[in-house]
Write a protein that binds this ligand. Structure first.
Ligand SMILES: Nc1ncnc2c1ncn2[C@@H]1O[C@H](COP(=O)(O)OP(=O)(O)O)[C@@H](O)[C@H]1O
Ligand SMILES: [Mg+2]
Length: 262
């Protein structure tokens, strides 16, 4: 369970560049909730995910993961409990290392450094099966350096790595924004499967309203650092793109084309 209570975050406080990124935001996700997040550019979506991950410490408010107050726990210590996929395919994997080496590291998350590189018998087969399932032709490329893969292959691998050891929370920040539509669809489908199989508590930012409606059981809309709509599973089932557009217009007046058409 994720419980965010009344968090606020202002960047460059007291300077001419002051940016209020989060303002008294609260959000509770139950175990297994898959919540999509929409909102115009600068709404604070990434700052919310970054605060949950510990990249930024909020100025006020608290963040609890499975009953533990992690508000001030370092990003490094929190990483054990959190799986992340970023918008940038270059960010989640180590380019100079082989596919299999990346998977090994992910599968040893939270274990001592000494053991991190040790292959166990069966690892190779296990990894082969895992990447085969992605349907992206990676099963014969386990010893390929990550840097040689496509963006879609890298994002799918990042997702595998983020979920190899079941995370308490999975955070996805526009994971398919840099991919072509066909590959994006594949990666989203795999994401959806893994989230359901592992019953993962998930937050996924997307600029595509259709995807926001299609995936997950919850949906929140953000504007000016706060949540302006929080749809329950029952409400989300009936929700349409028209409803979302109306809500956007009510609150922000205008909306970027990216959000409209994405
Ligand atoms: N590291 C940072 N330093 C300064 N300002 C930031 C930083 N991260 C985000 N912001 C500002 O906070 C606001 C919210 O940004 P962000 O959370 O990235 O929005 P979104 O992901 O919804 O587009 C924006 O005004 C942005 O410029
Ligand atoms: Mg963002």
């Amino acid at each position: 369970m994720l419980k965010v209570t009344d968090i606020s975050k202002t960047f460059f406080k007291g300077t001419t560049n002051e940016k209020k990124a989060l303002s008294h935001l609260s959000l509770t996700l139950n175990d297994g909730d898959f919540c999509t997040v929409i909102g115009s550019n600068g709404a604070g979506k990434s700052t919310l995910l970054n605060s949950i991950a510990g990249a930024y410490i909020p100025d006020s408010g608290t963040i609890e993961i499975n009953g533990h107050d992690v508000t001030k726990v370092s990003e490094y210590k929190r990483a054990k409990y959190i799986g992340r996929v970023f918008q940038d395919p270059l960010k989640g994997t180590a380019a100079g290392m082989q596919v299999e080496e990346n998977l090994i590291i992910a599968s040893r998350r939270g274990e001592s450094r000494r053991l991190r590189w040790a292959f166990s018998s069966g690892d190779h087969e296990k990894f082969r099966d895992m990447v085969a399932r992605l349907g992206l032709g990676l099963e014969d490329r386990l010893s390929t350096r990550i840097g040689l893969l496509s963006g879609g292959q890298r994002q799918a691998l990042t997702l595998l790595m983020a979920t190899l050891k079941k995370p308490d929370i999975l955070l996805l920040d526009e994971p398919t924004a840099a991919l072509d539509p066909k590959t994006a669809g594949k990666v989203l489908k795999i994401t959806d499967e893994i989230v359901h199989e592992q019953h993962l508590t998930t937050l996924m930012i997307t600029h595509n309203m259709r995807d926001a409606l299609k995936y997950g059981n919850r949906l929140i809309m953000m504007n000016s650092g706060t949540i302006i709509a929080d749809y329950s599973p029952e409400e989300k089932q009936k929700l349409t793109i028209d409803d979302l557009l109306k809500k956007f217009e009510e609150t922000s007046g205008a909306m970027s084309d990216r959000v409209l058409l994405g």
